[in-house]
Design a protein around this ligand. Structure first.
Ligand code: FPP
Length: 246
């Protein structure tokens, strides 16, 4: 229904997802929260396939924040296991997906860090789509981390203080190789950023839906894209200026 309404010439180039509502989806079915995360991982895969088919070049999924370590240990273990299980080279190679771990990779459990680094290396020339998975990620960590690297480069004389621009910061973020998202989709009814890509989302269109992440399907994605395309992106200009430039 919504798919036919999409203007294929104006697709968002990068869509970021906050996959919220797994726990409530499971609890509504009388199940453990982990059951919702398993279903959520299936939705992630289906969404990736749908985005690839449409021709969206970049997607980023928020899978585990630096604050999520404080969840009950069994839930943390489920999320770590799920992540490890999904870093399966075969699927990425068959679907030509380039993988990028977005987050504090140095402080991941060693097995997850090794698997992520291997997969990034193995898939670095894949072309169909680039998938970022934000894991052990938060914007505040990322900005502090970028500041440290930049300060070190200045201290070592590799960069001049006066040469630091917004573009310098962009390059030093965990999403460095990706353009900033055009569209953020958050499922599960909350309307906040939760420490996710706060710098990168400066000009993104924000789309919130009450649908729990495990129920988010292709039709939901098409609907979000149609909504995105109905908005006028002004990037600080006036509506008249934007219309004249078209
Ligand atoms: C938020 O829902 C979801 C998460 C914290 C985890 C998202 C993870 C997945 C969808 C699976 C990850 C899979 C891979 C391959 C990395 P919530 O638990 O906060 O739900 P609630 O708001 O209903 O409690």
């Amino acid at each position: 229904m919504y798919k036919e309404q999409i203007d294929m010439a104006r697709l968002p180039q990068h869509i970021a997802f906050i996959m919220d509502g797994n726990g409530r989806w499971a609890q509504a079915r009388g199940q453990q929260r982990s059951y919702g995360h398993f279903a959520g991982a299936d939705t992630l895969e289906a969404t990736l396939r749908c985005a690839t088919k449409l021709g969206i070049p970049y997607v980023t999924f928020y899978a585990f924040s630096t604050e999520n370590w404080s969840r009950p240990q069994d839930e943390v273990n489920t999320l770590l296991d799920l992540m490890l299980k999904h870093l399966e080279e075969k699927i990425f190679m068959e679907n030509d997906v380039k993988f990028l771990l977005v987050g504090d990779i140095e402080n991941l459990p060693q097995n997850l860090r090794d698997a992520s680094e291997r997969l990034m290396e193995k898939t670095k020339n894949n072309k169909a789509i680039t998938m970022g998975v934000a894991f052990n990620y938060s914007s505040r960590w990322e900005l502090a981390h970028a500041a440290k690297i930049i300060a070190k480069e200045v201290k070592e004389g590799k960069m001049k203080l006066e040469d630091i621009t917004a573009e310098t910061i962009d390059r030093h973020l965990a999403t460095g190789i990706m353009p900033n998202p055009d569209l953020l989709i958050r499922t599960g009814g909350e309307q906040r950023l939760s420490n996710f890509l706060m710098w990168q989302l400066a000009y993104a269109e924000l789309y919130f839906t009450d649908t729990y992440w495990p129920d988010f399907n292709d039709e939901c994605l098409y609907k979000a894209i149609v909504d995105y395309q109905s908005r006028q992106r002004r990037f600080g200009k006036t509506g008249e200026q934007v219309t004249e430039n078209k």
